[in-house]
Design a protein around this ligand. Structure first.
Ligand SMILES: C[S@@+](CC[C@H](N)C(=O)[O-])C[C@H]1O[C@@H](n2cnc3c(N)ncnc32)[C@H](O)[C@@H]1O
Length: 282
């Protein structure tokens, strides 16, 4: 898929919808499920977040004490709180007013305050109002695939960062965990013994329209996921002046396999559901 093909629009259910309309619908859905999300993640994030997302972000971020960090699409603030505990000064934004309200509630009493704001990450000017060249780092955790247009965010990020700043994002892995992959489990006679093989079936990668997905089991209001092949996603960042200088593909480990059925990500040790990357100015 070439995101530029659909500039300003996405094909949804046989028609083309404006990204602004899709984004507004997203805001409404996230407001409605904010409480569910907050309870699912609690103070420190769910297992997926704690095992895969947060460690890979922290590794690529390589925080220095006192770094000024912007968290884009902060949800209930699990990552923002962790960054604060690691010594960062954090501004955290989300377009869901309800999510920001809940994040503030969970963050009372921290040693260092988090500056929470309601900001739409598709609004370049709103992002720029946070202050040009004043962040040492920007993080965007598991949010890019929820946003119908990412060029404004990358453009603004490029200006919000100081010259040596870094932008670290984690997203659902475009090759393996994008727009409803099908999990399978098969028995196979291999090397003289019968073995169980689990994996993921992908039937398309280049051109996938947005689909509504539940994200976490039990989510009350499924929202659209916007699949971007790696080349298309990174192209948006390159056009905003970034280069890629770090990448991780975290997967669950053997000890996590006991935590659920093999037909969940916890049972797949050879397939990374998350892609985490670091961008910089050249
Ligand atoms: C999957 S959650 C991830 C939350 C958090 N970063 C984490 O890792 O747990 C996606 C978040 O992005 C927010 N979001 C989606 N579209 C957005 C937009 N256009 N502007 C700002 N936030 C947005 C949602 O409200 C939600 O809180």
């Amino acid at each position: 898929m070439n995101a530029a093909l659909y500039a300003g629009q996405w094909p949804v259910g046989g028609e083309h919808l404006e990204t602004s309309q899709l984004n507004e619908e997203g805001r409404e859905l996230w407001n409605r499920k904010a409480r569910f999300w907050d309870e699912l993640h609690g103070d420190a994030g769910n297992l997926f977040h704690r095992r895969l997302v947060e460690p890979s972000i922290l590794q690529l971020l390589a925080l220095r004490n006192g770094d000024r960090v912007l968290d884009l699409g902060c949800g209930n603030g699990a990552l923002a709180r962790r960054l604060t505990r690691e010594g960062a000064r954090v501004t955290a934004v989300d377009f869901s007013e309800e999510m920001i309200r809940l994040a503030k509630g969970r963050s009372r009493g921290l040693a260092s305050d988090i500056d929470y704001r309601t900001v739409d990450a598709t609004d370049r000017d709103a992002l720029l109002s946070l202050g040009a060249a004043c962040f040492d780092a920007i993080v965007c955790s598991m949010t890019l695939m929820d946003i119908p247009v990412v060029a404004p965010l990358f453009e603004a990020a490029s200006e919000l960062l100081r010259a040596e700043g870094r932008f670290v994002f984690a997203t659902m892995h475009p090759a393996f965990n994008s727009n409803n992959p099908v999990f399978f489990q098969e028995k196979e006679d291999r090397d003289g013994g019968v073995t169980t093989v689990t994996g993921v079936k992908i039937h398309a990668y280049l051109d996938l329209p947005p689909v509504k997905g539940s994200g976490a089991p039990g989510e009350p209001t499924p929202h659209y996921y916007y699949h971007r092949p790696l080349a298309a996603l990174l192209q948006e960042a390159f056009e905003a002046g970034f280069v890629l200088d770090g990448m991780l593909e975290p997967a669950f480990s053997a000890e996590d396999a006991d935590l659920g059925s093999e037909l969940r990500w916890t049972g797949m040790r050879q397939i990374p559901p998350v892609l985490t990357a670091r961008l910089r100015h050249p």
